[in-house]
Write a protein that binds this ligand. Structure first.
Ligand code: NAI
Ligand code: A1CAB
Length: 270
């Protein structure tokens, strides 16, 4: 079993470990290096993974997943470089470009950059992957297998596309949760119980998403099928258009992509 060492045991590492566990991955092949003692204890209790605060323990891993904040990556990578010997390095940090990471690692090139998302924890994630040219086909296969335990994978032909991916699928779950929050609040205001508000809004999302995925019709056509002339949906959509909801969502995604590029520019300079 490929030994995986996560550096950083926060939200995204937990999501990926949860996905690996649900997929039957041996939890004793996974270790997590995390400075926060409470998080270490929780990870060990919940998943049975090895936990430590000692960075040198990565030496025994086959794959190292860098799961710290983008702002924490450079200092970590500078230490990590001397501990590497043929391991595959997977970075999930938003914005940080592979060549900047390679430079911080002292020229180490076996790097796959990945943008996962949190539905990974129930194997419903999607990850985009980009490999530096030095990464072998076998290493790409390993990265793909690990990320498939968390959901679907897509390989990018140009790293520049990571900014767009980050804005759509990386940050995207938060946009969907935001919409669900709004739907549930409206349901409560309209007099439904909390239980019904949750069930009705979540099943509506799940059903509409499944329909959009399975149907050959475009989302616009599916939307038109809900919208009776002079009816309730028409009134709701008019309200959304007047408030500029669609444009706000599009602008939000552009803002996220711009922030991803900005993180790469700012942090990559160092
Ligand atoms: N949360 C999300 O939805 C997604 C996050 N990402 C990326 O994943 C990375 C991690 O994000 P989160 O898990 O949300 O952050 P987080 O803050 O929950 O986790 C980061 C963890 O790294 C630990 N840490 C800090 N310095 C460390 C060091 N030197 N060695 C070992 N561990 C250290 C922290 O104690 C913390 O537990 C970020 O780079 C983010 O851009 C990517 C896709 C989605
Ligand atoms: O908000 C962030 O910066 C990270 C990257 C994508 C999702 N969470």
């Amino acid at each position: 079993m490929t030994k995986i060492s996560f550096i950083g045991g926060g939200n995204m590492a937990r999501a990926l470990i949860g996905g690996l566990q649900s997929n039957g991955y041996a939890m004793d092949a996974i270790s997590v290096i995390e400075p926060d003692a409470d998080k270490r204890q929780q990870l060990h209790a919940e998943y049975g993974v090895h936990v430590t605060e000692q960075l040198p323990s990565v030496s025994s891993a086959d794959v190292i997943v860098l799961a710290v904040k983008p702002q924490q990556l450079r200092d970590l990578a500078i230490f990590l470089g001397s501990l590497l010997h043929e391991q595959l390095v997977i970075s999930i940090a938003a914005g940080i470009r592979s060549q900047d990471l390679a430079r911080w690692l002292g020229g180490y090139q076996a790097i796959v950059r990945v943008m996962p998302n949190t539905p990974a924890q129930i194997q419903a994630g999607i990850s985009a992957l980009y490999a530096l040219p030095a990464v072998s086909a076998a290493q790409k296969e390993i990265a793909d297998t690990i990320m498939q335990a968390a959901g679907k994978t897509v390989w990018l032909d140009a790293e520049q596309k990571m900014d767009a991916v980050t804005a759509i699928s990386g940050s995207g779950p938060a946009y969907v949760f935001y919409f669900i929050e709004a739907m549930q609040q409206a349901a409560l205001e309209l007099g439904l119980s909390a239980e019904d508000a949750r069930l009705l809004s979540l099943q509506t999302f799940a059903g509409a998403t499944a329909l959009a995925a399975q149907s050959s019709e475009t989302p616009a056509t599916l939307r038109a099928q809900v919208t009776s002339k002079g009816g309730t949906t028409e009134r709701a959509l008019l309200s959304m258009d007047t408030a500029g909801v669609k444009n706000a969502i599009i602008h939000a995604a552009h803002a996220a992509a711009a922030r991803s590029a900005e993180l790469g520019d700012q942090l990559g300079k160092e």
